[in-house]
Write a protein that binds this ligand. Sequence first.
Ligand SMILES: O=C(CO)[C@@H](O)[C@H](O)COP(=O)(O)O
Ligand SMILES: [Fe+2]
Length: 216
Amino acid sequence: MSIRIAPSILSADFGRLESEIFEVASADFIHVDVMDNHFVPNLTIGLPVVERLAQISPVPLDVHLMIADPDRWAAKYAEVGAASCTYHFEAANNPLQVARDIRSTGSRAAVAIKPGTPAEAVFDLLTEVDMVLVMTVEPGFGGQEFMREMLPKLGALRKAAADAGTDIWLEVDGGISVETAPEAVAAGADTLVAGSSVFGHLDRAAAIANLRVAAR
Ligand SMILES: O=C(CO)[C@@H](O)[C@H](O)COP(=O)(O)O
Ligand SMILES: [Fe+2]
């Protein structure tokens, strides 16, 4: 199985975002954290910036919406060019409808769960989404410590998806590095978000290559 790497631009230099994105062009996706200071206690970027990033990025965008009311907003991010659009289960009034709205645009739909949310919460959605994102930190900030106690959720999701006759991607986000990537992959992750462990290195391409080797 080939592992997908998605550098999170939360740890990039926002003053030179375009060149930062080109420095991680060897990645499979660019992970874009959208935070609204309501669902999480942090504020980043919104729809107009994501739209422009989608136009200039050499690799597809994996947009992670940490926002209230994804029922209203999620499909709009897909419409402006997010190849994959992830909303939080905890924030959605109608999680099933949000997934369907995203998919109706042609983008991949993904649902995320915070550390306090059990994997079972999204079992009913597994045939309606393309990916589940298991948070391995509390959402809101980069550079936090990896919560390895979240890893059993991956096995549970993999089994539930197989039981439901569907094949989905499983992404982990938070504290992923060359040390923790092997654990996440062994537990069932196939898509790794990495913020500080990519943008914390001057040579971003080497950091991505090192993650790929570690994940193998
Ligand atoms: O969604 C989030 C944080 O809420 C992430 O995508 C972070 O940006 C990951 O950063 P690192 O833990 O890899 O530094
Ligand atoms: Fe994220």
